[in-house]
Design a protein around this ligand. Structure first.
Ligand code: GDP
Ligand code: MG
Length: 371
């Protein structure tokens, strides 16, 4: 993708696009501002106009982020599991997320005005913490996965005991399996007279989900989101599963994570919720988030409280973003502002080029279909 639009090249040099076009004409190239030129030509133009060209290959720009490097074994500490709730419509995903949220011992103390930031944490009486993604449904899960994001450690599959396995239950099983994420079955609505948990366990067998009672190793818990029964057992199951997964991260490094939600708010501008995967995010950190970048001006937790920092598995809302990150974008703290800006602009350029190519292709297709 070593191409740049004439306009973008002009912007980067703070020159007028007409001057770039004139320069190109001198080189025997006719181009409009929206057209793209190759890297060699761009370099000629840059030098012709008295600037110094600096080519940045993808690897050069992105390498500093160290997204792929492994943390040394001795730096790893246990982290909270990140849990997503999936299941068929009306089986009780939202109700269950609400009920679980209320079990948080900290919110209880604070009087609990909860903010919707796309994820929340529950602190149990035992001191253990669980992070829940509170955008239920597999759309969010799939959308994030399509962007290459893997934030979920465990999927809670909600199945209503009076309705059993339904199409979206099967969908969710497929998604979780494809992502290699372990499932815990929450058999919900067990308060209902028509509840038949055995039927649920039986039917799950047909979809190769073998719960414990059926000789398998998938944890399953009978719950009622309505009257709160079984929630403690569900939380125990989550903790047990997470122990088996040995979830760990290095909290002592530049933070990296995933954007789980973003929105524009009056008075606050662009705000995004980031789920930190490793490292610790702090106020003042320079960062890149997809093709957006910025410097952390404030951090807010899911209770709307200002916090100083956020470590692994902690969802946190950040203020101070230039641009528009989207759910599933990766997030990384950079050593300085220049680096963040360089990476963001580079990615933005790639996105634009992709769009231009897509539009061009669209036009050609339209031309052919018109014939
Ligand atoms: P979602 O579509 O999966 O998010 O399902 P909701 O949480 O919106 O629940 C759908 C309906 O089922 C609502 O009317 C809930 O009040 C009801 N519901 C959810 N959980 C329970 C439960 O444990 N018992 C009973 N009786 N009703 C429930
Ligand atoms: Mg719902």
């Amino acid at each position: 993708p070593e191409v740049i639009s004439v306009q973008e090249l002009a912007n980067r040099m703070s020159e007028r696009s007409v001057d770039v076009i004139k320069c190109l004409m001198k080189l025997g190239i006719m181009a409009t501002a929206n057209q793209t030129i190759d890297a060699d030509t761009a370099e000629l133009v840059v030098e012709e106009l008295g600037h110094t060209a600096k080519r940045v290959a993808e690897s050069d720009v992105e390498i500093g982020l160290g997204m792929d490097d492994q943390d040394a074994e001795e730096t790893l500490l246990p982290r909270a599991p990140v849990v997503a709730v999936m299941g068929h419509v009306d089986h009780g995903k939202t109700s269950l997320l609400d009920a679980l949220r209320k079990t948080d011992v900290v919110s209880g103390e604070a009087g609990g005005i909860t903010q919707h930031i796309g994820a929340y944490q529950v602190k149990l009486a035992s001191g253990n913490v669980i992070t829940f993604l509170d955008t239920p449904g597999h759309e969010a899960f799939t959308a994030m996965r399509m962007r290459g994001a893997s934030v979920t450690d465990i999927v809670i599959l909600v199945v209503a005991a009076d309705d059993s396995v339904m199409p979206q239950t099967i969908e969710a099983i497929k998604h979780a399996k494809a992502a290699g994420v372990p499932i815990i079955i929450a058999i919900n609505k067990c308060d209902k007279p028509a509840a038949n948990p055995d039927k649920v366990r039986q039917e799950l067998l047909q979809h190769e989900v073998f719960v414990e009672d059926m000789g398998g190793d998938v944890l399953s818990v009978e719950v009622s989101a309505l009257n709160g029964t079984g929630l403690d057992k569900l939380q125990d199951a989550i903790l047990l599963q997470s122990e088996m997964l040995e979830l760990r991260a290095n909290p002592e490094r530049a933070a990296q994570g995933t954007v789980v939600e973003s929105k524009i708010e009056t008075g606050r501008g662009m705000v995004a919720t980031v789920l930190v995967k490793r490292g610790t995010l702090r106020i003042g950190d320079n960062f890149v988030a997809g093709s957006a970048y910025g410097k952390v001006r404030a951090l807010l937790d899911h209770r709307g409280n200002q916090v100083e920092e956020a470590g692994p598995s902690v969802p946190v809302e950040i203020l101070g973003i230039q641009g528009a990150p989207v759910a599933g974008d990766d997030f990384a703290v950079t050593e300085n502002e220049g680096k963040a800006k360089e990476i963001a602009e580079y990615r933005l350029r790639l996105e634009k080029e992709k769009k231009v190519t897509a539009t061009a292709r669209g036009t050609i297709e339209q031309m052919f279909s018109a014939i």
